[in-house]
Design a protein around this ligand. Structure first.
Ligand code: MLT
Length: 411
């Protein structure tokens, strides 16, 4: 009989967001009159920028015309898009990243998981706690961990707690780790990293031959001009970091799908025989074999993000969600709750009141306010006692949700 990848059996229950959806659906079925407001999964609600829609419509017309029709595109993405990204997102900020180092993909979630294809199984892997669950679960699937322990941590992973005490920025580990996942602005805590903090990570990685997986999916929300948007703004990062970016949260592409991964050509890791191997070559080989690129239409839509109109429209979207985050922070603070984040990112991280567990607070909010958030413990053991509220929703829903929380939880 065929056998399975037994590592999947080590995974805890469900992936966090489907598990929330399951509980919410059960509640909605039992309470059909409840008007639920979902501030759980970080999914955008505002429509695509007009510049992107116009570009995609034009691309559809091209695809319907024999003279401009396109079949397979380059697996790495069209050069006209990669050039714009390199110039605008990196070179304009002083980062030495060239178009050929940018790989267009259908999502950062996929890429942060798929990247493990090209790394060995003997790496010591560090994640923050709490953490975006995809980093952990994909390592479990790849066989890079042992079993789950009672509190939910997996044997074999190095967990770096991020809490209010360390301002939600992981301390540099005293032990040697090979692969490190960092996400700034942070999902789920909304925390940011200064240049000095990232420099300390890059120095650590270079000293230990480690590689940093830097998830910058939320960089567009940075409003503090002193904060770095890219790890490549940090000296030495080209030799020790891979960066993941997305059009999902800035231009609203969660349902459209377009992202990018930067693999500098100077980045190397060891083969089993001790030789140095260029990571770019492996990722290029992996993508050329397992991926056929993002659709031409979607890449034209992503390209329009860099037009003057597109830039202004994306800025409008970001300001809109940041204003939502401000309302959430202010209202929850006025309700007597301790809140973090939500200034340079779309997530507000809340200390649960009266010592409630994360899932108990989830149930209370759902039942008493018909508001859905995300339990902090779903992001890791150190997230217990916290709760994440997403700013991705309409103004009306955010205001309504905050009013309901104020009424029930004001102390
Ligand atoms: C989240 O809510 O953490 C995000 O939506 C997850 C994602 O972007 O995949």
């Amino acid at each position: 009989m065929a056998t399975i990848n037994d590592n999947y059996l080590k995974l805890k229950a469900g992936y966090l967001f489907p598990e929330i959806a399951r509980r919410v659906n059960a509640f909605a079925q039992a309470n059909p009159e409840a008007k639920l407001i979902k501030l759980g999964i970080g999914d955008v609600t505002e429509p695509l920028p007009e510049a992107c829609c116009t570009a995609m419509l034009k691309a559809v017309e091209e695809m319907g015309d024999r003279t401009t029709f396109k079949g397979y595109g380059p697996e790495q993405g069209y050069n006209w898009l990669r050039e714009k990204i390199a110039a605008h997102d990196f070179q304009a900020r002083g980062c030495e990243i060239e178009a050929a180092e940018i790989f267009i993909s259908d999502g950062s979630k996929c890429d942060t998981g798929n990247i493990l294809d090209i790394f060995g199984n003997n790496n010591v892997i560090a994640v923050t706690d709490p953490v975006y669950p995809v980093y952990v679960d994909t390592n479990v699937m790849a066989g890079n961990t042992g079993a789950a322990k009672d509190a939910g941590e997996y044997e074999g992973l190095v967990y770096l707690p991020i809490t209010a005490e360390n301002n939600f920025t992981a301390e540099i580990p005293s032990q040697k780790v090979d692969l490190i996942y960092l996400c700034f602005p942070n999902n789920p805590t909304g925390a940011t990293a200064s240049k000095a903090h990232l420099q300390a990570w890059v120095d650590y990685a270079k000293a230990n031959g480690s590689i940093i997986f830097f998830d910058a999916a939320y960089e567009a929300f940075i409003s503090d001009s002193t904060l770095p948007h890219s790890i490549y703004e940090i000296e030495g990062a080209r030799d020790c970091a891979i960066e993941f970016r997305s059009f999902s949260k800035n231009a609203g592409f969660t349902g459209t799908r377009c992202a990018l991964t930067v693999v500098p050509k100077t980045l190397k890791a060891k083969a089993a025989d001790g030789s140095d191997v260029e990571i770019w070559k492996l990722w290029n080989r992996r993508q050329s074999t397992k991926f056929n690129g993002v659709s031409y239409i979607v890449q034209r839509g992503a390209e329009a993000v860099y037009s003057e109109q597109g830039q202004a429209q994306v800025k409008g979207l970001i300001s809109f969600y940041l204003e939502n985050a401000k309302i959430i922070r202010e209202q929850l603070t006025a309700a007597g709750l301790s809140v973090y984040g939500g200034v340079n990112g779309p997530y507000v991280w809340v200390k649960t009141p009266s010592g409630l567990s994360s899932w108990d607070f989830f149930d209370k909010l759902l039942q008493n306010c018909n508001v859905v958030g995300t339990p902090g413990s779903g992001f890791g053991a150190a997230g217990e006692g916290y709760f994440r509220i997403s700013a991705f929703n309409s103004r009306e829903n955010v205001e309504k949700a905050m009013k309901r929380i104020m009424e029930k939880f004001k102390v």
